[in-house]
Design a protein around this ligand. Sequence first.
Ligand code: SAH
Ligand code: DHB
Ligand code: MG
Length: 223
Amino acid sequence: MPAESNHLLLQVDQYIEALCSKQDDALLKAIEDSDRAGLPQIHVSPNEGKLLYMLARLSGAKRILEIGLLGGYSAIWLARALPKDGKLISLELEEKHAQVARKNIDRAGLGSKVEIRVGPALDGLKKIAQAKEEPFDLVFIDADKTAYPEYLDWSLKLTRPGSVILADNVIRNGKVVGNAPGDASVEAVRIYNRRVAEDPRLEALLLPLMRESLDGLAIARVK
Ligand code: SAH
Ligand code: DHB
Ligand code: MG
């Protein structure tokens, strides 16, 4: 992308953020404490957080599943869209990330709505299926990119018609365009994108989003 249009997109992103996605103390402190604890700075942007919130709110989600919690930044946006008796379950591999997130989520006043399950997400997903828990109204996939196709399979098992399945990082600075072989995560995301677009059980759109570089969110609805 030419540097100029990149710059313009960033300015527009900041314009929208200032108008619509202002961060309160709980969100700002969640990022501060995540940084201080040395977590990677790969949380969603404020505008993407607001988009997640809007999609959860618009779909009336009462049960949300997140795959990839990190410091709880996206979880705070999503959990804020839940009704009083709503619940978000978040799957996270790293105990340290879960500990930082727990504090951030409690400080945001969302402790009772958010349940964190530590371990490989594929194990957590299998357990949820075995326990025959109620279907999720919304799933947000944002963990290891190479497992995205498997996370989609599980998401289809754990949702119902009308549920929403979201996935972050599906554009990867444009690396998903074309089919040049590249890194494994780009290839897996490409497979994910083709699957949500072509699976007869889904209708989907990929939405490009600007942050440090161009990335995007896959939005799918279970038919
Ligand atoms: N959704 C977060 C960012 C998630 S970053 C936000 O926007 O705030 C990706 C997270 O997925 C990291 O915390 C990483 O530890 C976790 N992760 C990576 N591989 C995983 C796996 N196999 N199972 C569960 N979590 C995993
Ligand atoms: C990476 C992961 C993410 O979830 C993200 O939003 C950005 C980058 C990464 O692993 O590089
Ligand atoms: Mg991400």
